[in-house]
Design a binder for this molecule. Structure first.
Ligand code: NAI
Ligand code: ENO
Length: 376
């Protein structure tokens, strides 16, 4: 192995510890922007490291951290949050390069940053907590994509507001095309609790509720296949990852449980007293807030970029639409007939990777057919 050792971002040595969905996607985004950067990869599972090299996600496999950490200019810790704490402690035992930036990608920040402060302060090592707030229910290096974080928020929670080092890290991460935001670990954990961690709990709890009713009535399962399945999609996320996130964001989540119980009690009272006006306001206020949310940035929970198309029910109509999209090189990620009524109209739901593809598809279908389209 030969490595360039110097201060130039474009020729830096970047070590990715944990070659999964997030570590792999960061590696790909960096390499795309800076082909001359050397990406070193370490995973506790050697087969994963070898696969990452075969897939050209990394340039070199590192088998023992101790041997290589001293030549690294940037170190990304992209392992589950509990292992992130252990990894920080492990890195604290090694001599790291002067001016190295160590960062992580964990979904929680307070505990991690506290440990990093303890381990790295006063040692010439800059630790910048990080959380690219986009992902997928898939895991593993095979699912890694250079564009995973495009238009997503990428949060930094530095130990201090060390502007020059944050700028260096942002420069390295330019290829992610993410929107970088700085906040305190406490602020981060509260916001992530509200918009990401707690919704995962609610999704799982709705599924548990359906599971209970499923035991009483065979029709629950088939009827849950449509909208219910969609709104509880995040309940299919990685259970061990979410266990660790909940354990680390415990205090924030306990507050949110209390708020949620109050919220449920509020709407329960409106229903119990048959108060139609209050129920209407409850939905209207929620609708107004939701309708005002931005649509062109990625949030923590992966969005659907779905287009609904009203199609007449004749043979070949699906291949006609997919053919039109293929001609314009618009990729689709999923297609499903969600409603068919014999000899009248059906509704097709076509999913895309991003907003731009959905908009292009809408234009393409509207200009080549007279089928109605609307966004999901
Ligand atoms: N999956 C998602 O959508 C998102 C995840 N995150 C955070 O990113 C981190 C990684 O998540 P994913 O990439 O999704 O997980 P993943 O399961 O795809 O990859 C994790 C990788 O880390 C390796 N690993 C685990 N412990 C290790 C250790 N001690 N030393 C070396 N390698 C180790 C595993 O073998 C695996 O290859 C987590 O902290 C998670 O909270 C952040 C944003 C989104
Ligand atoms: O896949 C899911 O369920 C997600 O919500 C994606 C995700 C997971 C963890 C994060 O910290 C940020 C985004």
């Amino acid at each position: 192995m030969s490595f360039f050792i110097g201060g130039d971002v474009m020729k830096a040595n970047v070590l990715i510890i944990g070659l999964g969905l997030i570590g792999g996607s960061i590696a790909r985004a960096i390499k795309k922007e800076y082909p001359e950067v050397t990406i070193l990869g370490y995973d506790r599972n050697t087969d994963t490291s070898l696969l990452a090299k075969t897939l050209q996600v990394i340039d070199e496999v590192v088998l023992t951290l101790q041997e290589y950490v001293h030549i690294c200019d940037y170190i990304f810790i992209s392992v589950p949050v509990k292992q992130t704490e252990e990894m920080i402690l492990e890195l604290g035992q090694y001599d790291l390069k002067k001016d190295v930036i160590v960062t992580d990608v964990g979904s929680t920040k307070q505990t991690i940053v506290l440990i990093a402060k303890d381990v790295f302060s006063g040692r010439g090592v800059t630790f910048i907590g990080g959380h690219p707030m986009a992902g997928s229910h898939k895991s593993g290096v095979v699912a890694a994509k250079d564009h995973l974080f495009e238009n997503a928020f990428y949060i930094f929670t530095p130990l201090e507001h060390e502007d020059t080092n944050i700028e260096r890290l942002k420069t390295l991460l330019k290829g992610t095309k993410a929107n970088f935001v700085i906040m305190t670990p406490d602020e981060h954990d509260r916001i992530a609790g509200v918009i990401s961690h707690f919704p995962h709990i609610i999704a799982a709890s709705l599924v548990h509720q359906a599971d209970r009713y499923d035991k009483e009535n065979d029709l629950v399962r088939p009827l849950a296949a449509g909208g219910f399945r969609d709104i509880t999609r995040i309940a299919s996320s990685n259970p061990s990852m979410w266990r660790d996130i909940l354990l680390q964001n415990r205090e924030v989540l306990l507050d949110l449980f209390d708020n949620w119980l109050e919220e449920m009690e509020r709407i329960r009272t409106f229903v119990a007293f048959g108060n139609g006006d209050k129920i209407y306001d409850y939905f209207m206020n929620a609708k107004n807030f939701r309708d005002g949310l931005p649509t062109r940035t990625k949030g923590a929970i992966p969005s659907f970029y779905d287009l609904y198309v009203d199609v007449p029910d004749y043979p070949g109509v699906i291949s006609e639409i997919t053919g039109l999209l293929a001609n314009e090189r618009i990729s689709i990620t999923n297609i499903r007939i969600i409603e068919t009524r014999e000899e009248i109209f059906g509704v097709l739901r076509i999913s895309f990777q991003n907003e731009d593809d959905r908009e292009k598809a809408k234009l393409c279908i509207e200009s080549n057919t007279d089928f109605g389209t609307y966004n999901g």
